[in-house]
Design a protein around this ligand. Structure first.
Ligand code: DC
Length: 224
């Protein structure tokens, strides 16, 4: 049986960590759609596009050559054939991704790439609109969330561990602002699909969330 698993939820809920682990356990491909929006953002930055210029974003995004390759199970995002995984995790790229991802031309191009990937392999795909738009017929849909306080604490610990100077209240305010943007945007807002299962990771560790989602997948005949 071929299958697809959609995982949506707000920033910092643990989607990518959990989806990667589940892909390893089930032997399917993990598709990180946020990385594609980030690669597009990098392209726009490299081409001098202003984050507030919707027309320029719509035009320039058509020229971006974004593709995906897998090496030892790891997703490599290619921009004009070059591996950009090491360049897309900066604040600058994240902010441009947040500004450009609501653009309909950007979404049309990347959603089509995501749908093609899901046709060629069994996938677990994470993002904001996977269960609602990209894979409306996904075998399993998960809406993974956690309270903003817990998500801010995880981010705070992560930055602290990297030795970065950070302030908890600022991080929590940023997370709440990003949630609001993602949930109220006109195009493909973040929301739980009607047939998605809600998983709240606030009181669970990573392995606990993975076990819960694997259990939900088994109920649907995946990995049984
Ligand atoms: O999950 P992330 O932080 O890597 O996502 C980067 C940006 O892309 C973020 O602003 C949300 C947006 N995004 C989106 O609009 N749709 C998706 N399917 C995935 C990410």
């Amino acid at each position: 049986m071929s299958y697809s698993i959609a995982v949506d939820g707000p920033a910092g809920a643990g989607k990518s960590t959990i989806a990667r682990k589940i892909a390893g356990q089930l032997g399917c491909i993990y598709v990180d759609t946020g990385a594609m929006y980030r690669a597009m953002a990098l392209y726009l930055i490299q081409n001098g596009v202003n984050a507030g210029d919707a027309r320029a974003i719509s035009q320039k995004c058509q020229e971006a050559d974004i593709s995906i390759r897998y090496e030892n199970g790891e997703q490599i995002v290619l921009l004009d054939g070059e591996n950009v995984n090491g360049l897309i995790r900066t604040e600058e790229v994240g902010n441009m991704a947040s500004a450009s991802s609501p653009n309909p031309a950007v979404r049309k191009k990347l959603v089509s790439l995501q749908q093609k990937l899901a046709k060629t392999s069994d996938v677990i795909m994470d993002g904001r609109d996977i269960g609602t738009c990209v894979l409306p017929d996904a075998t399993v849909k998960i809406y993974l969330t956690a309270s903003s306080r817990v998500r801010a604490m995880r981010r705070y610990e992560e930055l602290k561990a990297k030795g970065e100077d950070c302030d908890f209240e600022t991080i929590e305010a940023d997370i709440e602002k990003r949630d609001h943007q993602d949930m109220t945007r006109e195009n493909s807002p973040l929301r739980q699909a009607e047939d998605a299962v809600l998983v709240d990771s606030s009181g669970l560790d990573i392995d606990g969330v993975v076990a819960e989602i694997i259990r939900i997948c088994r109920e649907k005949g995946i990995g049984a």
